[in-house]
Unconditional design. Structure first.
Length: 222
């Protein structure tokens, strides 16, 4: 019988590979060399989990002590480097893989936080952070506004999936059931957002646009 620890590790490794591919693709698109590609693949695949582990006191982080995380990240980077054309053709499927990785990381991150004694709210937030942390770090290194801050329901989907795991723990449901429901919810929200362009409300006018539209509100910076 598979233990929760084994199940969590499998989820972590699968999610790591999926996100590492996304990091490697972003590096290739920015014309980084092979070293840069491998760095971005490791960052995208592992920094969410590393940040979570540091915050909950699971040190040293699993990604730094278990060589399989590095191996999976390097493998994703090498695959992308040599077969980028093939990976790029899978752009639409990759969005689905990304949604699957987000779901895996969110539920695994929340469960690990619960195991370290965090309350349901904090466990939900750390589950979300596990899912989006690598992408944020990747985009910061590429000097871009993180996609999770402007992408269709990315962080919201991760938070929803992680919250289901936290609520399931409060209701004393089995982790398998809550992880399945949370993962499906996260994946479903992300898929629908990709398919139909669902997104949170955004401001229609930027600060500069408002100033131009109403000069009387412009602050004299001189």
């Amino acid at each position: 019988m598979i233990t929760i620890q084994t199940f969590l590790q499998v989820l972590d490794l699968v999610g790591t590979f999926v996100f590492a591919i996304s990091g490697a693709v972003a590096a290739v698109n920015r014309r980084l060399d092979i070293f840069g590609i491998l760095v971005l693949s490791f960052v995208a695949g592992n920094f969410g989990g590393i940040t979570r582990d540091l915050l909950i006191g699971a040190v040293p982080p699993a990604a730094l002590t278990d060589g399989r995380y590095l191996l999976v990240s390097v493998l994703a980077g090498i695959i992308t480097f040599f077969w980028y054309a093939g990976v790029d053709k899978l752009r639409s499927p990759m969005l689905l893989f990304d949604a699957a990785g987000l779901s895996l990381f969110a539920v695994a991150g929340a469960q690990k936080a619960i195991e370290f004694g965090l309350n349901p709210i904090m466990a939900s937030l750390l589950g979300m952070l596990t899912g989006i942390g690598g992408g944020i770090t990747r985009d910061v290194l590429l000097a871009e506004i993180p996609q999770v801050l402007r992408s269709d329901l990315y962080a919201v989907a991760a938070l929803a999936g992680a919250s289901v795991v936290a609520i399931g723990n409060v209701l004393d449901l089995s982790y398998g059931v809550s992880a399945l429901v949370g993962g499906v919810l996260c994946f479903g929200l992300r898929f629908m957002a990709i398919r139909y362009g669902w997104r949170l409300p955004v401001a229609h006018l930027s600060a500069r646009g408002r100033a131009e539209a109403d000069p009387s509100n412009e602050v004299d910076q001189r």
